[in-house]
Ligand binder design. Sequence first.
Ligand code: MEV
Length: 312
Amino acid sequence: RILAETRAFGKLILFGEHFVVYKVPALVGAVAAYTDCECERLCEPGLVVVDNRPAVPDYKVTKAAEADAALRLVFDHFGLDLSKEGFKLTFGGDLCCASGIGASAAQVVSLARALSQALKRPMSENEINAAGYEGEKGYHGTPSGIDNTAATFGGILKFQRTDGEPIFERKAIVTRMLIVYASTGITSSTTAVVGDIQAKKESDPLWFEALLQKYIALVQKAELALNAGVIAEIGQLMNENHELCQQLTVSCPELDRLVEAARLAGAAGAKMSGTGRGGLMLALTPTPEIQDAVADALKAAGAPQVWKTSFA
Ligand code: MEV
């Protein structure tokens, strides 16, 4: 008997991947795409997982241990002992695992929602988000928390990590933002790339500080542009954020090529989004016609997968 059926959003970082780790604000948008979780109780103890989500080719081999750890951390957070109780989880939805769209965060948040319902333990959205964050640690070590917050709350959020609880607020969506996002087909490890940037920061603090200051000035402008809903300006600032990502060494030739193709096809702006060195890029497109043209250009430029959507 299915006790709960829940879902959580995917995310695309509009401004501030990597910088957000260092406690400066970032802007993130949830996409109108989801991971679903169905939860059943079993008579025997243990965890049975049926994973029907789309995934990058070697996902089951490379990420199986992390995924298992992540789910178990959520059960631990709920005080559930899988050596005494049994659950079957079925995951579905359209978010592609290990692509960079935040499928891992959506999975652990959808699980937290499902356990809250199945156990009849009402929880606030903040509590669901906190439970999801525990699961994210299984995937990504000590992530900033931006992915699970977007997965929980949806919409466009301004997010900032602090020494304590993160602070975030929902931004009003004043203009419909049509987007195209595309995969490089390269899976990168968030833990590894974040760790590498940390090492680079330690070996050259002045280099890092100069980039961080440029980013802080940029995200202030980006928030104003978003508040005003000026697509051309948001796009221009996305282009500038991509340059900062290049200087931070988190872009790569495959991302740069797709970003360039999107701009040439008429995007208001384009940038990598998320971990980088693979993963996804994002283009902001002013009209449905330009959205189609950008999607076609990205396919022609060799992107293995291209999605057209809007922020949710
Ligand atoms: C990954 O979606 C975003 C990063 O900034 C890592 C994090 O925030 O934990 C690269």
